[in-house]
Design a binder for this molecule. Structure first.
Ligand code: PEP
Ligand code: MN
Length: 339
């Protein structure tokens, strides 16, 4: 309230907030009256508060999210994917092909990433392609191959879901479902994944601010699902040297603001095999809880994103380097939980 706000003006604000069902507290800070009221999102739409007599300023108390915020939950959330944990001081690595192309391709990739020490397999059944005339994914057949590969290797897997109508199908097979960059603001999809129990990877929209990204997580959280991992995958920049500009700053920003684990996808961020290693190391050094890396047994023949996929031996070497970075920043290298 203004320094010279009258008792009647304060009372009018309190009454108005209470009429919206808010829980109201009145305090005095630095000689002026502060009215605290939680209005469950109705505050912005139902009154031009700053025009009311005596009001000086409206301050959002939990910027960028309610349930996702550190104020809501100070301790870090640990997300469980099968037996693997993400967050809480460990480094978790997800690796595998961008898309499932065949049984042989998937099994070769899975054995390679497992041998190198990855914890979770990636491989998509539904691909969000820019052109409708390119490979769109094998759909349900890919999910069956992924489930078979899990049986053989023991690796849990994550797969993207593109359509609210496919959430039940994908979540029925996968250990974790992913919302890709193009769907970060698809509220119908966010709602559906929020209503089911499998953990969710939420990629940052390619032109989304951190606030918009956290708000997207809020849509999932509001439906009851608390198992969310945020994935920074680069934003649209102005420099064509790489496909996107990896926003390393977002990693510590989001980790400070929210209690959710944060991963980085250096493969989709750069679109370039030679940049994947340096960006992955930078991500871990900046505080990411893990990285997700494209690995393909023969990138030259890949149907999707070959130029960014690491060959098995390149991934093996990178894993050794990543363990060194993780140790330097005090992360335990993740894996199946002991419980
Ligand atoms: C992917 O991870 O396969 C993918 C399509 O990434 P993004 O949504 O970040 O483009
Ligand atoms: Mn891809």
């Amino acid at each position: 309230m203004h320094a010279d706000a009258t008792t009647e003006e304060v009372a009018a604000i309190v009454q108005r907030l209470e009429s919206l069902g808010a829980d109201v507290q009145v305090t005095t800070e630095g000689g002026r009256v502060v009215v605290n009221g939680s209005t469950e999102g109705r505050l912005h739409t139902e009154a031009p508060w700053e025009d009311l007599p005596g009001v000086e300023r409206v301050v959002p108390v939990i910027p960028g999210g309610r349930r996702a915020g550190r104020r809501f939950r100070p301790e870090a959330t640990v997300v469980e994917v099968g037996q693997v944990e993400i967050g809480g001081g460990r480094l978790t690595v997800i690796a595998g092909p961008c898309a499932v192309e065949s049984r042989e391709q998937l099994l070769d990739a899975a054995e390679a990433v497992k041998g190198a020490g990855a914890h979770i397999l990636r491989g998509d059944a539904f691909k969000p392609r820019t052109s409708p005339y390119t490979f769109q994914g094998l759909g349900k057949a890919a999910l069956e191959l992924l489930a078979e590969t899990r049986e053989i290797t023991g690796l849990p897997f994550v797969a993207e879901v593109l359509d609210p109508r496919d959430v039940e199908l994908v979540a029925g097979y996968a250990d974790m479902v992913r919302i890709g960059t193009r769907n970060m603001s698809n509220h119908a999809l966010l709602r559906e994944v929020g209503l089911q129990p499998k953990p969710v990877q939420l990629k940052r929209g390619r032109a989304a601010t951190v606030d918009e990204w956290v708000d997207a997580a809020e849509h999932i959280l509001s439906q009851g699902n608390r198992q969310i991992v945020l994935v920074e995958r680069g934003v649209r920049g102005f420099d064509p040297s790489a496909r996107n500009t990896l926003d390393i700053t977002a990693v510590p920003v989001v980790k400070k603001r929210t209690h959710l684990p944060v991963m980085v996808d250096p493969s989709h961020a750069s679109g370039r095999r030679d940049l994947v290693g340096p960006l992955a190391k930078a991500a871990i050094a900046a505080g990411a809880d893990g990285v997700m890396i494209d690995v393909h047994p023969s990138p030259e023949t890949a149907l999707v994103d070959g130029p960014q996929a690491l060959r098995p031996e390149e991934f093996h070497k990178l894993m050794t380097e990543l363990r060194g970075v993780a140790a330097a920043v005090g992360l335990v290298v993740g894996g199946p939980s002991q419980s």
